[in-house]
Design a protein around this ligand. Structure first.
Ligand SMILES: Nc1nc2c(c(CN[C@H]3C=C[C@H](O)[C@@H]3O)cn2[C@@H]2O[C@H](COP(=O)(O)O)[C@@H](O)[C@H]2O)c(=O)[nH]1
Length: 365
């Protein structure tokens, strides 16, 4: 290394030091966007197409206008709670503790399915249905006291809560149980057994609430390393938890955040899929082939990091393009993400899933 070349390790240490000192400053930051930009800048296997990204921005804005897309759409999900009270806060916290890995290697009629009120639910909705069904059966599944009580909240009882109408069990059952136990313990030790105390500690800052989740609950600390950076923060479930609160409460009460625009897209396996279908996200031939052949990509693999980082950056470019072309538009990454997720689900339902989503098994998404 010559004298004028910076030592990457030293740079990383300085960056982490800077991040730590500003994390505790009066303006909380999550640094998710910063990490995503770094991943995008250093990506060799995933690229963005700027023309398609601009076209996607125009289409998304147009459709959002036509559909009058807003936070109100959250409550229109058939299974989402509608009341704006403490029960809904507990429901959302439980939901986003467990909001990961619903994909299956089995065919549609064999995959994990929840039957609830005469309908069959798969994917994300299967989790919402399982929680609602448990509450109907008077199982206190959204109570952190219950998660901690190993005599009542047994493995068998949870197996009953997540019983499938098919042979397949919910993916990552043991990890889900561990998430509930761990969160119950942290809430007990630090937040008087109530997630509302975390919301209050965040003092109406979305970024602060994301940081509280990531720093206190290990199962929300969705961080990866890429190239010379040891800590790229994706924080998918922490961010979607804050976004769900914001949407469910229409930006008021428990959902009032004065910096909600700091939340990025939630880097999972559905939004990259639609960004790819829209021609915004491009894969190199080996990655493209792995995804098309539904090969499992290990959690933390550079491919996976690039898929996630570039998706966040792509949605940020879409957001900037919408604001550039419509300066008064009331959009942020949360609404664009929700809209893209819902659109991908409509396409899937209509049998228009052109390219599969990438397959990574993890508790992070
Ligand atoms: N980026 C993003 N990812 C989302 C959601 C949601 C549901 N959000 C609700 C709230 C408002 C919206 O309008 C939705 O009604 C679930 N997921 C993730 O997808 C995956 C499951 O997919 P599938 O197997 O196909 O159901 C899994 O990783 C899950 O964590 C979202 O909104 N954005």
């Amino acid at each position: 290394m010559s004298d004028d070349e910076a030592d990457p390790e030293l740079l990383e240490l300085l960056r982490q030091h800077f991040q730590k000192s500003t994390l505790s400053s009066s303006q909380p930051e999550t640094y998710v966007l910063d990490g995503a930009e770094y991943v995008y800048d250093n990506s060799v296997d995933v690229a963005l197409d700027s023309q398609s990204t601009k076209a996607a921005a125009a289409m998304i804005y147009d459709q959002m206008q036509k559909k009058e897309y807003s936070t109100k759409n959250w409550s229109s999900h058939e299974l989402h709670p509608r009341s704006k009270d403490e029960n809904t806060v507990a429901f959302i916290f439980t939901l986003d503790l467990l909001n990961f890995s619903f994909w299956s290697e089995r065919d549609n009629d064999e995959r994990f399915t929840i039957e609830y009120k005469g309908k069959r639910w798969t994917g994300y909705s299967s989790l919402v249905a399982a929680l609602q069904r448990a509450l109907d059966e008077e199982i206190p599944i959204t109570s952190s006291d219950f998660w901690q009580n190993e005599e009542e909240c047994t493995e068998d009882l949870l197996k009953h809560v997540f019983r499938s109408s098919t042979e397949e069990e919910i993916p990552m059952f043991k990890e889900r149980l561990a998430c509930l136990r761990e969160a119950g313990q942290v809430l007990y030790e630090k937040y008087q057994c109530n997630f509302i105390n975390c919301i209050e500690a965040a003092d109406h800052s979305a970024a602060a609430l994301v940081n509280i989740l990531a720093e206190n609950f290990p199962c929300f600390n969705d961080v990866a390393s890429f190239e010379s950076r040891k800590r790229i923060r994706f924080l998918k479930r922490a961010q979607i938890c804050v976004a769900d609160l914001w949407a469910a409460f229409d930006g008021e009460g428990f959902g009032e955040f004065n910096d909600i625009d700091k939340i990025t897209m939630f880097a999972d396996y559905r939004v990259p899929q639609i960004l790819n279908s829209l021609g915004c996200l491009w894969y190199n031939p080996s990655l493209d082939s792995a995804i098309r052949h539904k090969q499992v990509i290990e959690s933390g693999h550079p491919w996976e990091i690039q898929l996630r980082g570039c998706s966040i950056w792509c949605v940020e470019l879409i957001r900037r393009e919408i604001i550039r072309t419509h300066p008064d538009a009331k959009v942020n990454a949360v609404l664009i993400d929700f809209f893209l997720y819902d659109t991908m689900k409509e396409r899937e339902l209509a049998g228009r899933e052109e390219v599969p989503h990438h397959r990574t098994r993890s508790i992070w998404y």
